[in-house]
Design a protein around this ligand. Structure first.
Ligand code: FMN
Length: 149
């Protein structure tokens, strides 16, 4: 069963270009081998990641990622079976939005802080498809390094 899961966590390091390149390079190779696609971004020290793939594979991967000392407090925001992938061609895309951009994607303009946006999304998952469309558009706009499969 194809599955999609979104989580947030608190970064325990400064996600510099070098540190992220290292993390993403490995993640992309492993995800491609496991049939996992998705997107990762970091806003104000908070990681948000969406993972797609076979349910058991995704759940096992999240458990594994949760033990990584580069972040803590992993919390699942949303998980659900899906008919088709949203991030079809990305083994792990990386984008770099700011909190107000993410709020606008969720039509939550004026919401301060990424944690507040995530809490509102959790309460109202109907906003998620629009957010994902904006994320896909943002990936398309970001030059290079997007982790195309
Ligand atoms: C925020 C964050 C996101 C990550 N995303 C992935 C991912 O999508 N796929 C992956 O294989 N590893 C990901 N990792 C790295 C894993 O935690 C782990 O380091 C990696 O899978 C290598 O594990 P191994 O040494 O047991 O093979 C992520 C780590 C962090 C901190």
């Amino acid at each position: 069963m194809l599955y999609q899961l979104m989580y947030s966590s608190q970064s325990t390091f400064a996600p510099s270009m070098d540190a992220m390149a290292l993390l993403l390079d490995r993640a992309r190779r492993q995800n491609a081998a496991r049939g996992v696609t998705g997107v990762l971004f970091s806003v104000d020290g908070v990681f948000v990641q969406i993972l797609e793939g076979e349910r058991d594979v995704v759940r096992r991967l999240v458990e594994h990622i949760g033990k990584d000392p580069r972040h803590d407090g992993l919390t699942v925001v949303m998980e659900r079976p899906i008919a088709q992938r949203v991030f079809t061609s990305w083994s792990m895309a990386w984008i770099n939005p700011d909190a107000s951009e993410v709020a606008a994607w969720a039509r939550l303009d004026g919401t301060t802080g990424i944690q507040q946006v995530l809490a509102r999304l959790q309460q109202n998952p109907a906003r998620l498809p629009a957010v994902m469309e904006h994320i896909v558009a943002a990936i398309g706009d970001s030059a290079g390094g997007a982790g195309q499969v």
